[in-house]
Design a protein around this ligand. Structure first.
Ligand SMILES: [Zn+2]
Length: 319
């Protein structure tokens, strides 16, 4: 096991390799798994620079994936064949579904590397949008009726309308499903988070409120002003957590908000939904070249890792 690596030395050498375009030759001799084992610690260090809560462990991801399978057995549910990778070796061969923890890690590495570099020039002037239209909610047992492609087209349609007045508009985001426990089960709450540049807050807010039939509380917008905020928000966009939102009564009588993880049948239904779509179907994009989606699906891991290590150097190191 390669545990004793000098991270600064590795960062230095990989960026030189990228400059010299020798990274391909250097690593073709190794399998993808070997490559990832060599770079596991630098990848983890790089991801933590963007957000201290980011995790990356090759063995840990595989353990979590098999643990999930046993949780599903308890709910008498089984993922369809081929929906998740059974090891890191196949990550460059084909795309599995959004239910796969390895695909989720790959998506995060892409987001904090290649995508971060694309967005960084605008990091001083972006909006972080959360859009949650109540009518998209589904009772448990009905989540299969929520269609990611239709939802994506609706949001991208609204962005195209904003684009008419603001031709510099760019937006990227992800579709996410959280749950809220009810007396008998749960209500699923599909929503999306977007990073938007090129439009003032007000017209963006009113376009999205219009999409929610005037429900202004369906739209929340926060400013992004720094590279650090961009890194944190991108980490948030690609978190893929089965989040259960709970409301509780606080000691002062007001309502508090908390987060748990989904369990049992609710978790199984959430994961079953994810196992029917690819991560790229959860991606909302506007204003980027068509290549962005293709590159997301096809770029090899060693290139994604190289971009992550490189981009992380724009972030301050974390302890
Ligand atoms: Zn969310």
């Amino acid at each position: 096991m390669v545990r004793e690596v000098n991270v600064d030395f590795v960062l230095e050498s990989i960026s030189q390799l990228i400059e010299q375009r020798e990274i391909d030759n250097m690593h073709y001799r190794h399998s993808l798994e070997r490559f990832l084992h060599l770079w596991e610690i630098p990848i983890r260090d790089a991801m933590k620079r963007f957000y201290a809560g980011n995790r990356f462990s090759l063995a840990g991801t595989l353990t979590a994936q098999s643990h999930r399978n046993s949780l599903l057995e308890d709910a008498e549910y089984e993922l369809p064949d081929g929906s998740v990778h059974d090891g890191w070796h196949s990550l460059d061969k084909d795309r599995r579904t959004a239910a796969c923890l390895l695909e989720q890690q790959r998506a995060r590495i892409w987001a904090l590397g290649q995508l971060f570099v694309t967005l960084a020039p605008h990091s001083n002037d972006m909006h972080f949008v959360t859009y949650a239209k109540p009518s998209h909610q589904k009772r448990d047992g009905n989540l299969h009726r929520f269609n990611a492609s239709n939802y994506r087209r609706t949001i991208e349609g609204a962005l195209r309308q904003v684009h008419r007045d603001f031709p510099d508009l760019t937006a990227i985001g992800t579709i996410e499903i959280s749950a809220r426990p009810t007396l008998k089960g749960a209500t699923f709450e599909p929503h999306c988070h977007l990073l938007v540049h090129g439009v003032p807050e007000q017209p963006l807010r009113s376009a999205l409120a219009q999409l929610a039939n005037g429900a202004s509380r369906a739209v929340m917008i926060l400013p992004v002003r720094t590279l650090q905020q961009l890194g944190e928000r991108l980490s948030y966009l690609f978190k893929f957590i089965p989040e259960s939102r709970v409301l509780y009564e606080r000691a002062d009588g007001r309502t508090g908000h908390g987060h748990n993880l989904m369990t049992g049948e609710v978790f199984a239904e959430w994961l079953a939904w994810l196992s029917r779509c690819g991560v790229d179907e959860l991606l909302i994009t506007h204003g980027f070249s068509r290549r962005l989606r293709r590159e997301f699906r096809e770029t090899e891991m060693k290139v994604l890792v190289g971009a992550l290590i490189e981009s992380s150097r724009q972030m301050p190191p974390r302890g």
